[in-house]
Design a protein. Structure first.
Length: 139
């Protein structure tokens, strides 16, 4: 049986006590983004728990909020990390979409998850557009 990436309980791959986003190195020591990272990790952990309990809409909303909060990191030295945070959050949403799509397929698949799949895809597209808009604004 295939393990799901995002929709799973505490496992060998992800523990509730672990931060989803970690800072391995920062020339500034991570002082400028430490609080922001804590909020993003809190949102992502809560989103994961909601999704495990099949509260997909609320989980997607928290993922979106975590993504939007990355734009609060505006210092020049933080822009690279903020982009990495966005990529990590987008990857989580992509994984969730793949998991949801798997739940709708096959003999035991349930079509009741299709609205959540569409909502997640819509949010992913909005996040990508927002990122492009921010890049265009900075140029």
């Amino acid at each position: 049986m295939k393990k799901r990436g995002f929709i799973q309980s505490d496992s060998d791959y992800f523990h509730d006590s672990e931060d989803h986003i970690k800072l391995d190195f920062c020339a500034e020591g991570g002082n400028k983004c430490r609080n922001q990272m804590a909020l993003m990790n809190e949102d992502l952990l809560l989103a994961r728990r909601l999704i495990e309990n099949k509260e997909f809409t609320r989980g997607i909303k928290l993922i979106e909020e975590a993504y939007n909060s990355t734009f609060e990191l505006k210092e020049q030295q933080c822009l690279g990390c903020a982009d990495l945070f966005r990529a990590t959050i987008t990857h989580s949403l992509n994984t969730m979409i793949q998991d949801l799509e798997q739940m709708t397929k096959g003999f035991l698949g349930s079509k009741k998850f299709l609205p959540e799949v569409e909502r997640a895809k819509k949010v992913l597209q909005e996040l990508k557009e927002k990122r492009q808009d921010k890049i265009s604004d900075n140029q």
